[in-house]
Design a protein around this ligand. Structure first.
Ligand SMILES: NC(=O)C1=CN([C@@H]2O[C@H](COP(=O)(O)OP(=O)(O)OC[C@H]3O[C@@H](n4cnc5c(N)ncnc54)[C@H](OP(=O)(O)O)[C@@H]3O)[C@@H](O)[C@H]2O)C=CC1
Ligand SMILES: O=CC(=O)O
Length: 323
């Protein structure tokens, strides 16, 4: 600005502002036009579909228990009566379902399943946590009918889903991935493209295997401190100041010390992930004794009826085994 006039500067600033404003208007328009189907409105799906709506996407939802669609409809979503209806209406459909069995049945069900309407020009994005084999089966069926497929499991829980701060671990059709980026940008803080179908599923299982093992070590530490006459709240302060500090210990520790486990990530899903990660370990001859022990603790917690609570309730299995 030192060598130019005030008018030059004002013009330049105006141009920058105009360019920025018009390109963000274009992005807004692209989002508004993008009609996204959403199958599965559990803890994660509800938060994710709500975020898409808030950011101007047109969203058509379906859930096995249809009444769970009501809240989304109140916020502007349309509703499909079946997965097939949603696929028929939308060019892109995201699924967020509990496990491999649910992911497969929504696609392959003889009547009203995804396959009934998937065809050339349509994209299916499954963000559920499943194993690579399940994802490959779905990919084969979708592409066999001319559609495109991306798997996109996410790391991050209920709160990151509400805040659009998930980490997306995508793999599969690159052109579909690129087209889905505006939606991924709303759902997450970072999207990884990991190559061929199966890599997203495997990466997610590795991440959750580490998380489940950490949660068990943490639970044992809290119980050990308490039973040794130490304050488990002080233990949290000490852990938080050192090299092991992390959002999971910080976020879950205080409620674990109060034996409170409101479900953000249901324990039954964490046990499913440990089971699938151990199977991946079997396939690759990777010895994982720590993960195997953690899986046993999650199984024990499930047998105690804790499957629908948060996965931090595994501490109850540690307490129980001492008694
Ligand atoms: N919660 C979390 O913190 C995270 C979860 N995940 C993964 O995301 C996925 C969803 O998790 P979350 O939302 O917590 O799970 P929920 O248990 O809250 O929701 C599960 C969803 O799957 C549906 N479902 C279950 N079985 C079937 C079936 N046979 N046919 C059709 N629909 C079915 C449920 O429908 P209905 O309402 O009718 O029961 C519901 O919409 C899981 O794979 C989980 O591992 C990944 C990252 C974080
Ligand atoms: O899959 C669970 C998560 O918190 O990530």
């Amino acid at each position: 600005c030192q060598t130019t006039t005030y008018t030059d500067c004002a013009c330049f600033i105006h141009l920058i502002f105009y360019h920025h404003h018009s390109s963000s208007l274009k992005t807004q328009r692209r989002k508004r036009k993008m009609e996204i189907g959403f199958l599965g409105l559990g803890i994660m799906g509800k938060a994710m579909a709500m975020n898409l709506l808030k950011h101007g996407f047109k969203v058509t939802v379906w859930n096995r228990t249809l009444s769970k669609c009501d809240e989304l409809v109140e916020h502007g979503a349309s509703m499909g009566e079946t997965p097939a209806q949603v696929i028929k209406k939308c060019k892109y459909t995201i699924a967020m379902l509990s496990d491999p069995c649910a992911a497969l049945s929504v696609v392959f069900d003889d009547k009203d399943g995804v396959l009934e309407q998937i065809c050339e020009g349509k994209g299916y994005i499954d963000m559920s946590t499943v194993d690579a084999e399940t994802s490959l089966k779905i990919n084969q069926a979708i592409t066999g009918k001319g559609g495109r497929f991306v798997e996109g499991p996410v790391s991050g829980s209920k709160k990151p889903a509400e805040d659009g701060q998930l980490i997306i671990l995508a793999a599969g059709d690159k052109s579909l991935f690129d087209e889905t980026v505006p939606a991924f940008d709303v759902l997450g803080k970072k999207s990884f493209y990991l190559g061929q179908v199966g890599n997203g599923a495997k990466m997610k299982l590795v991440v959750n295997m580490v998380m489940g093992s950490m949660m068990n070590a943490f639970s044992e530490g809290l119980v050990l401190a308490d039973k040794s006459g130490l304050s488990s709240d002080t233990l949290l302060d000490i852990l938080d100041l050192g090299a092991m500090t992390n959002p999971m210990f910080k976020g879950k520790g205080p409620s674990m010390n109060k034996s409170s486990y409101p479900p953000a990530f249901p324990l039954k899903h964490q046990q499913k992930d440990m089971r699938l990660a151990l199977a991946l370990g079997d396939e690759n001859a990777v010895s994982m004794p720590v993960a195997a022990a953690a899986n046993e603790a999650f199984k024990k917690a499930r047998s105690m009826g804790l499957g629908d609570l948060d996965f931090s309730a595994v501490i109850e299995a540690v307490k129980f085994s001492r008694e």
